[in-house]
Design a protein. Structure first.
Length: 123
């Protein structure tokens, strides 16, 4: 019996070429890492905020997972978009003291997670 090797190759190509190459815990999806920008005007800072007084709205976190081993690792820019969407949903102007965690999981070939404090800046 002759084994047809083209079937596994076709299945691999179909699996690796889905619409979105990255999964998030929001309605945001990405098909690439380059050219991603935060359009929501939410300030994302790895440090604190000292320009004005603010009110803490609580912690937010966002995660981006790559779906196949063939895709680039998720970027901080992608995580910033996800964090911005979550902060915007609760009325925040910024996310401060953002920290990052990356690795591999049972359901992903790689992830990048950002966690920070959502704040409302006093006007």
């Amino acid at each position: 019996m002759k084994l047809n090797m083209s079937i596994p190759v076709v299945l691999l190509v179909v699996f690796a070429s889905g619409c979105a190459s990255y999964r998030t815990d929001t309605n945001v999806s990405f098909d690439k890492t380059a050219g991603v920008s935060n359009q929501s005007n939410i300030l994302i800072l790895e440090s604190g905020y000292s320009d004005k007084t603010y009110k803490s709205l609580g912690m937010v976190s966002g995660e981006v997972k790559k779906l196949t081993i063939f895709h680039d690792d998720p970027t901080r820019e992608q995580v910033h978009v996800v964090l911005s969407e979550k902060a915007k949903a609760i009325g925040a102007d910024a996310v401060i003291n953002v920290t990052y965690e990356s690795g591999m999981g049972m359901t992903t070939w790689g992830y990048l997670k950002g966690t920070g404090e959502a704040i409302k800046i006093d006007k």
